[in-house]
Design a protein around this ligand. Structure first.
Ligand code: C2E
Ligand code: MG
Ligand code: MG
Length: 698
């Protein structure tokens, strides 16, 4: 190539005139009229010539810049000094180079240039000058920024050396933040990140920074200025910095993926939920069932699967149309859901088939009770637009299967059995389960009826004074003679009453009947004797208990001193503070209190001393083994000792033999109760005994 000096001269000539032109001149013309700014400098980098494009871009005319270094007039605050240094090094070494640099026009407008600088050698091979051809790439930066903005993306750049993070300034304003607020938010966005995601985000940045991760991505939620949550996907990677190898630099993008997330959510809803009722579908049911199964396996608990199919749904659909059918299904879905505890899952398999998952069953009976409740809520809406019945099949884990599909299939089979036996009912998959659970449920049904009709009665067992053998009191013991079931012992039906919320009605009945009988005996002129009534532990949980006792006394006219309440040890020790308060309330009525079955629970002796009680009843299990079994004898002695120490009276129950009685008498037990003196007797027999026997009133 020709010497640059000649080129400059020819170019100078071309600037004003259309002189005669040779090859050089042609080149110069090109340089003059090209759209790209061109600078020709001398070997030292001082400007010798610039073209018109240069003047257009920088607003400097040739005569203003001649002899100056481009850097001194074109650089400004945004110019990267490292690039400037590099350019200098290249020029000194006589090397060509290509760099991007931020420059400023005469009036201060910032633009980005791509600089292509080539040295020009003279005839002797030494560097004579440099030609710089520039390309204004400000525009393409703008385009990139626009593209990022419209994609709702931001670029961040992290220098781990000085821990500085820079985030492209347009990003936060996309979420409604004004510039001032945006600058207060750190570029990692941690402070506006959802609390649930924050820890993960911080860890992610840490891993990138510390070099445990070279690239990665993470999704998290950030708050917009108006407080909505947007999903952000951040990708980051380490950029190797050739100049400073020890300094890690990271570059990454933030990407607003809210729309994608919303779409995914919708898809997930469609994949897992029934669109008509909003209930979980089969897929989600199986998923939940698997989870519940692993939990049940771990905790060794049972789990119930109820398969529900509406009776005659086809008639509704065919007769009243599909829209009505749909409304019915939605209605059923909400009624069934409303009848269940929160941890149960109701799913719709399709058509009129629903499945209810009962995790964590204590006993099979609970599944039956739930099935019955569902059938009740379906029927209850008789008179409403839809009264429906259904048939329900029940399968239990682990009895009837230990995987979701088997359990659902077996519940389905049981459902058909329910249909076969007349619809509007439920059946267990295992036949024996039907028998035993149905037995309990039958008991419960009969019990409800007995409570309504009052077909219970009380037996009375006397308590005698150990020293004299005189009758000093009695215990009322409930009996139930059901026309269908025969005589059911209290140990069988009291727990059923407790489980099914019937105990309060039962307790009230006993209290009233016992008080009434006692008043009747006193009015008949029999010597007044106190009656002891057993109160269930559940009754004792009822803060209304004192009021209920008072009401029984008022209604029957019994003086409080003739009533004693028997409470078991375990009922008292559940919550000692509450117990103390409740006992005081009962005592304040004038009623006395005994602890029944003493020695079988776990009494805290510390509390025992503070409870306002009157009597301990030594449990039958100790009395039975008297006097030969050493431990029984020792325990009995100890209980009597405690009672004396606490100034309580003590009575032994289950006294069957003379040996029992002798031992207890010798140990100074106050009173005795048991078959040795009398079995529990019907009121008339007890009355006859009172009239005949020698009775010393208290
Ligand atoms: P409990 O209060 O400890 O009643 C004593 C039980 O021992 C009674 O059984 C009684 O018949 C029985 N018994 C009495 N003497 C002897 C004896 O010498 N030998 C033997 N082997 N047994 C004797 P029962 O009537 O079957 O009552 C059982 C339990 O049922 C009672 O134990 C009590 O906890 C509960 N219970 C009875 N009636 C009522 C009631 O009206 N309400 C409540 N909540 N529970 C009641
Ligand atoms: Mg008792
Ligand atoms: Mg007892």
């Amino acid at each position: 190539m020709a010497g640059a000096g000649a080129l400059v001269r020819t170019a100078e000539a071309a600037q004003g005139t259309s002189a005669q032109v040779g090859d050089h001149a042609k080149l110069a013309l090109v340089a003059q009229y090209t759209d790209n700014p061109v600078i020709i400098t001398d070997r030292e980098g001082r400007i010798e010539w610039v073209n018109q494009a240069f003047t257009r871009l920088t607003e400097y005319r040739l005569e203003e810049v001649i002899g100056k270094r481009p850097g001194s007039i074109l650089q400004g605050p945004g110019t990267d000094l490292r690039v400037v240094r590099e350019i200098g090094e290249n020029l000194r070494a006589g090397r060509g180079f290509r760099r991007q640099i931020v420059n400023y026009s005469k009036s201060g407008r910032q633009y980005v240039l791509e600089l292509d600088v080539q040295p020009v050698q003279g005839a002797d091979g030494s560097i004579e000058s440099f030609i710089a051809i520039e390309r204004d790439v400000t525009e393409s930066g703008e385009v990139l920024k626009l593209a990022l903005e419209s994609a709702r993306q931001g670029v961040w750049h992290w220098n781990a050396g000085n821990d500085k993070v820079v985030l492209s300034s347009h990003f936060l304003p996309l979420f409604g933040y004004d510039l001032q607020t945006a600058t207060a938010i750190e570029p990692t966005l941690v402070s506006i990140t959802h609390p649930d995601d924050r820890h993960a985000l911080e860890r992610w940045y840490e891993q990138l920074k510390e070099g445990r991760l070279d690239e990665g991505e993470i999704e998290y939620r950030i708050a917009t200025a108006s407080g909505e949550w947007h999903w952000i996907l951040s990708r980051g990677r380490v950029v190797v910095d050739s100049r400073a190898r020890d300094t890690r630099r990271l570059i990454g993008i933030h990407n607003d993926i809210t729309q994608r997330k919303t779409a995914e959510d919708q898809i997930r809803r469609m994949a897992y939920f029934d669109t008509l009722t909003g209930l979980p579908n089969r897929t989600l049911l199986i998923d939940r069932l698997s989870q519940s199964l692993s939990l049940a396996r771990r905790n060794h608990t049972q789990l119930g699967v109820l398969f529900l199919d509406l009776d005659n749904f086809k008639n509704v659909n065919d007769g009243l149309g599909h829209e009505t059918g749909d409304r019915l299904l939605v209605n059923v879905a909400s009624r069934v859901t409303g009848a269940l505890r929160a941890e149960s899952v109701v799913a719709r398999l399709g058509g009129d088939e629903f499945v209810v998952l009962l995790p964590d069953l204590r006993e099979a009976e609970e599944a039956a009770v739930t099935a019955r409740r569902i059938l009740e809520v379906l029927i209850e809406s008789a008179g409403a637009e839809f009264a429906v019945t259904a048939s329900i099949g029940i399968a239990l884990f682990p009895n009837d299967g230990d995987d979701p599909l088997t359990l659902i299939k077996n519940a389905d089979t049981a459902m058909y059995a329910a249909k076969d036996s007349g619809r509007n009912g439920f059946r267990f998959f295992t036949h024996s389960m039907n028998d035993s659970v149905m037995g309990t449920l039958k008991l419960e049904t009969r019990l409800r009826q007995a409570i309504r009709e009052g077909t219970f009665y009380l037996l009375y067992q006397p308590k005698v004074e150990a020293r004299t053998g005189n009758i000093v009191g009695m215990e009322a013991l409930i009996r139930w003679n059901d026309p269908e079931l025969g005589i059911v012992p209290p140990n069988e039906f009291v727990p059923v009453a407790e489980r099914h919320g019937l105990i309060r009605a039962l307790g009230d009945w006993v209290l009233n009947a016992a008080c009434k009988q006692n008043v009747a005996w006193q009015r008949a002129g029999l010597p007044p004797l106190p009656v002891a009534v057993n109160v269930s532990a559940l009754d004792f949980d009822d803060p209304e208990l004192p009021a209920r006792i008072r009401r029984a006394l008022q209604e029957t006219g019994l003086e409080a001193r003739y009533l004693e309440i028997e409470l078991t040890e375990s009922a008292l020790m559940k919550d000692a503070e509450r117990t103390t308060a409740l006992l005081h309330e009962i005592k304040a009525l004038g009623v006395s209190i005994a602890i029944d079955d003493f020695g079988t629970g776990y009494s805290s002796l510390a509390y025992l001393g503070t409870f306002p009680i009157d009597r301990l009843k030594i449990d039958r299990s100790f009395v039975r083994d008297l006097p030969s079994v050493n431990s029984a004898a020792e325990i009995t002695r100890a209980i009597i000792g405690i009672a004396k120490r606490l100034s309580l009276s003590v009575v032994a129950e289950g006294v069957e033999t003379q040996d029992h009685a002798k031992f207890l008498q010798d140990e100074q037990c106050d009173d005795l109760q048991g078959y040795l003196f009398s079995r529990p007797l019907p009121a008339t027999d007890f009355e006859a005994m009172l009239r005949g026997g020698s009775v010393h009133p208290t």
